[in-house]
Design a protein around this ligand. Structure first.
Ligand code: DC
Length: 226
């Protein structure tokens, strides 16, 4: 079977990661979480004392960390300079700084290069999730999906994920999420955006299983038609 590239973009809390992993697993494709790469470079900046609010300082060192992403949808992995970064990249500190770091054009150029190389090496194809995959990273992707959901549904899902780890109340989760989306959508270089040829799926009233089925059907339809 020919290789297929699936781009899944959208803001956080829309079910993007769960959907992308499940679709990749079901179709036997590789999987790449591009948000994890931006989180990893942000974590490296923070642990190395770089002032992440200074774009010049971030740009000057962004080529230094070695960022390796695993592409198995059943065991997503990420390391920085050989150290497992899967846990540390999910802290509230990284989450609050990742938009500033990922807005720096030099950071985006570096990470975009990594993403394209990983996609090109995926023999059977890959599901790549992010914010700018369909518009900028892989504009020739075979299938482009843009997931949305109401702010209420997204905040509820995000708070559910954080439960136990960094329990946050719904209102502050909703606020932080809206702030991060505004920063991600408003930045100059490859902002969060729907590609003109992407299929928009509003997940507010759908179960995860329904979203997965919908995306799998779109990929199969595309494969059948070519
Ligand atoms: O998907 P996530 O919440 O883990 O992403 C973390 C941040 O990374 C997000 O706030 C913006 C940035 N990001 C990006 O700029 N471009 C991408 N393709 C993916 C994520």
């Amino acid at each position: 079977m020919e290789s297929v590239i699936v781009a899944i973009d959208g803001p956080s809390g829309t079910g993007k990661s769960s959907t992308s992993r499940a679709v990749a697993a079901e179709l036997g494709l590789s999987y790449l979480d591009t948000g994890a790469q931006y989180r990893a470079i942000t974590w490296w900046m923070l642990t190395n004392g770089i002032d992440v609010d200074d774009p010049g300082a971030v740009a000057a060192v962004c080529g230094k960390p070695a960022i390796e992403s695993g592409t198995d949808p059943l065991a997503p992995a990420i390391s920085v300079d050989g150290a497992d970064a899967a846990g540390p990249i999910r802290t509230r500190e990284v989450t609050s700084k990742v938009s500033a770091v990922s807005a720096v054009p030099e950071v985006r150029a570096r990470i975009t290069g990594l993403q394209r190389a990983i996609a090109a090496a995926a023999e059977k194809g890959i599901v790549v999730e992010g914010r700018d995959i369909g518009t900028t990273v892989l504009p020739a992707a075979d299938v482009k999906i843009f997931l949305t959901a109401s702010p209420e549904a997204r905040a509820a899902r995000r708070s559910g994920e954080l439960k136990g780890r960094e329990a946050a109340d719904l209102a502050s989760t909703r606020e932080a999420l809206i702030r991060r989306d505004a920063a991600d959508s408003g930045r100059k270089t490859s902002p969060l955006a729907k590609a003109d040829d992407a299929v928009e799926v509003d997940t507010t009233e759908l179960t995860l299983q329904q979203v997965i089925e919908c995306v799998v059907a779109l990929v199969e339809e595309k494969r059948a038609g070519r």
